[in-house]
Write a protein that binds this ligand. Structure first.
Ligand SMILES: Cc1ncc(COP(=O)(O)O)c(C=O)c1O
Length: 547
C-alpha cells in the first residue's frame, strides 16, 4: 500500500486579511483629528486662536551683528591663557609629575601601534575636560518642553561621574522638538504603541530583502503628498540619508558647491561621493554666483574639461546660525547656470511655512522645482530617520543605488507610525495650531532677547535661536547657572563654531507655554546681567522688567 502523500514542502499560505485598519488614511485622519481634542493635547493649554503670521516683506532679513572688539580680544586672551595652562599641564604629565588620565590604548603596551588615541587632542585634554559637565548631559524622560535630566556629580574634575539616582526637572530649551511631537501620550504615541503590537519593533532586513512593510510604502506616499512632490523614499537615519545618498547622486567629474555652514552629514556625503567640492560663503549668493560662473568658464582645474554636473548643497534652516537659505535667489542661480539644488530641510520641515512644509512653503516656491529635497524625522516629527523627496525618476534611481536603502535595515514600525500620525495631525486644526504656536513662540522669544540687548543671530522666524556668549568661561557659567534656575540649554563652542563665536543655541517648541518662555527669559535676564552678556551695540540694553 502506498503511503499517503506527505504535504508538499513549498506551500504558500496566503492569508487574505482585510487591510489593517491602522493605515486606512481617511479613518486615520478622522481618528487623529478627533483624538487631537484629547486631554493630552488640550493639556498643553495654548491659545487656539493664534494666526500664522510672517512679515512677507522680510522673509529673508537676518541679523548677524559683528563681534564687539573688546569681546574678541577677551575671548582670544581667554583661549591664550587656557593654552598656557594646557602646555604647563602637558609638561607636568610628560615629566610624570601629574598623573596621566583618559582612555589609554592597552595594545600600545604590547608593542602595537596605538589603535586609537583618544587622549591625543590638546583641546580635549586640557579644555573640554574642564567643562565636560555641561555637555552630553543624560536625560531621563521624553524630551518634551519640560523634562528630567539625570543628576551626576564628579569628584575628580570631570574625568568621571557618579550618578546620584535623582533627576533634575527643567524647562527644555535644547531639543529639536519644534512641533512638540516628542510626547509619551496622545494620538501619535498611542498609534506608535499600537504599531508595535501589530508589527513588533524590528524588521530584521533591508528594504530590498523582505524588509519592506506596507507602512513603509504608506509613509512614502503620505510624505510625497504632504510635500507636494511626485515621490519620496524614507531611511532609518537622517545623518545617513545625507552621508549615503550624496554618493548615489554625485561622483568623480562632478562639482558640488556647498554652503560653508553645511552640516557634517552633508560634508561626509560629499567626501564619500568622490566628487570635487568647494564651499561658498554662508548664504552669500554673490560668492555662489562667482563660483558657479568660474566653474562653467574654467571647468575642471586640471583638465579644463567641463564638469559633468554641478550640484548646489544648502540647508533650509542652518542649525548653528539660525539663518534661512535664500531659496528664491538660489532658484534663479540654479536655473541660470543649469545646476542642481540639494536642500536639507532637517530643521525646517514641519517648523517653517504655513502648512509646515518647510522652506519651499515659507517662500511659496514650487517644491517640484527643487531637484532634491532632503529632511529628517528626528526633529519636528519626534521620531527618527530621514527622507529624500522629488521627481519619481530621482527616487527610483535612489531606491536602487543608495546604500542606505539596499543595505541598511528598514525603519521600525513605531517610528514610521509616529511620523505618519504626526503628518496626519498636521492636516487637522491641532496640527495647524502647533505650526502657528511655534511661529508665535519663536517671534516672542527672539524679540525679547533682542530687546534686552543680547546679540542674537539669524532670521527672526527661525526656531533655532543662537545667542552669542563668546568667552569660554562665560559659556560654562551660563550653562550651569541656567540649569540652577531650572532651564536646560545647549551651549556650543569651538570646533562646532568658529573660535570666537561660542554661543547658546535655544530651540523653540510649539509645546513651550508662554509661562515657560517667560521663566526662561527671566533666567537669561538674570544670568546675562551677572556675567555681562549684553554685547549688542545695535540694540539698547534693558532688563526684562523694563520691556
Ligand atoms: C542639517 C542636518 N542634517 C542632517 C542631520 C542628521 O539628522 P539625524 O539627527 O536625524 O540623524 C542633522 C542633525 O542634527 C542636521 O542638523
Amino acid at each position: 500500500m502506498l503511503a499517503a502523500p506527505s504535504k508538499p514542502c513549498h506551500v504558500t499560505i496566503v492569508h487574505r486579511h482585510p487591510p489593517s485598519k491602522l493605515y486606512s488614511e481617511e479613518e486615520m485622519v478622522d481618528n487623529i483629528c478627533s483624538s487631537s481634542s484629547d486631554e493630552d493635547i488640550k493639556s498643553t493649554n495654548h491659545n487656539t486662536e493664534i494666526e500664522y503670521k510672517h512679515d512677507d516683506e522680510n522673509l529673508q532679513s537676518e541679523e548677524f551683528e559683528e563681534t564687539p572688539l573688546y569681546a574678541a580680544i577677551l575671548t582670544y586672551l581667554s583661549y591664550a591663557i587656557l593654552c598656557l595652562f594646557g602646555w604647563l599641564r602637558d609638561f607636568l604629565r610628560d615629566s610624570h609629575i601629574e598623573k596621566k588620565r583618559g582612555a589609554l590604548d592597552p595594545n600600545a603596551t604590547l608593542g602595537f601601534v596605538p589603535l586609537y588615541q583618544s587622549y591625543e587632542s590638546f583641546y580635549t585634554r586640557n579644555m573640554y575636560t574642564r567643562v565636560r559637565d555641561i555637555f552630553n548631559r543624560p536625560i531621563a524622560s521624553v524630551p518634551g518642553a519640560q523634562f528630567e535630566l539625570t543628576e551626576r556629580i564628579s569628584d575628580d574634575y570631570n574625568w568621571t561621574y557618579r550618578y546620584t539616582g535623582k533627576t533634575i526637572n527643567a524647562i527644555n530649551l535644547g531639543s529639536y522638538n519644534y512641533l512638540g511631537f516628542a510626547e509619551k501620550s496622545g494620538p501619535c504615541a498611542t498609534d506608535a504603541i499600537n504599531a508595535i503590537k501589530t508589527f513588533g519593533v524590528g524588521n530584521c532586513n533591508s528594504r530590498i530583502e523582505l524588509g519592506t512593510q506596507r507602512y513603509h510604502v504608506e509613509l512614502e506616499r503620505l510624505l510625497a503628498d504632504f510635500l507636494h512632490v511626485e515621490s519620496s523614499i524614507a531611511f532609518g537615519m537622517g545623518f545617513a540619508t545625507n552621508a549615503l545618498n550624496l554618493p548615489a547622486l554625485a561622483s568623480k567629474g562632478d562639482l558640488i558647491l556647498s554652503d560653508e555652514m553645511n552640516h557634517v552629514s552633508l560634508i561626509l556625503g560629499m567626501r564619500l561621493s568622490g566628487a570635487t567640492y568647494q564651499t561658498f560663503a554662508h548664504n552669500d549668493m554673490k560668492d555662489l554666483e562667482k563660483k558657479l560662473r568660474a566653474a562653467i568658464v574654467h571647468g575642471h582645474p586640471r583638465t579644463n574639461r567641463p564638469w559633468k554636473k554641478i550640484i548646489i548643497v544648502v540647508e533650509g534652516v542652518y542649525s548653528m546660525e539660525g539663518s534661512i537659505c535664500r531659496l528664491p535667489e538660489l532658484m534663479q542661480l540654479k536655473k541660470k547656470y543649469k545646476a542642481y539644488l540639494y536642500m536639507d530641510e532637517a530643521h525646517s520641515i514641519g517648523a517653517m511655512g504655513k502648512q509646515g512644509r518647510g522652506i519651499v512653503d515659507y517662500f511659496g516656491v514650487d517644491a517640484n522645482e527643487v531637484d532634491i529635497l532632503m529632511g529628517t524625522f528626528t526633529k519636528s516629527f519626534g521620531s527618527a530617520g530621514g527622507y529624500i523627496a522629488g521627481k519619481k525618476s530621482l527616487i527610483d534611481h535612489i531606491r536602487v543605488t543608495s546604500h542606505a536603502n539596499t543595505y541598511a535595515s528598514s525603519m521600525s514600525a513605531p517610528l514610521v507610525q509616529q511620523i505618519m500620525s504626526s503628518l496626519k495631525l498636521l492636516k487637522c486644526p491641532e496640527g495647524k495650531r502647533r505650526i502657528c504656536q511655534l511661529a508665535d513662540n519663536t517671534r516672542y522669544f527672539r524679540q525679547k532677547l533682542v530687546d534686552m540687548g543680547f546679540i542674537v543671530f539669524g532670521n527672526k522666524n527661525s526656531p533655532v535661536v543662537p545667542m552669542l556668549i563668546y568667552m569660554p568661561a562665560r559659556v560654562t557659567r551660563f550653562n550651569r547657572e541656567m540649569l540652577r534656575r531650572g532651564v536646560a540649554v545647549v551651549t556650543v563652542g569651538f570646533p562646532a563654531t568658529k573660535l570666537l563665536d561660542a554661543r547658546v543655541r535655544f530651540c523653540i517648541s510649539a509645546a513651550h507655554t508662554r509661562q515657560m518662555l517667560d521663566t526662561a527669559l527671566m533666567a537669561i535676564d538674570e544670568v546675562g546681567t551677572d556675567i555681562s552678556l549684553r554685547y549688542s551695540t545695535r540694540h539698547k540694553s534693558r532688563r526684562l522688567r523694563e520691556l
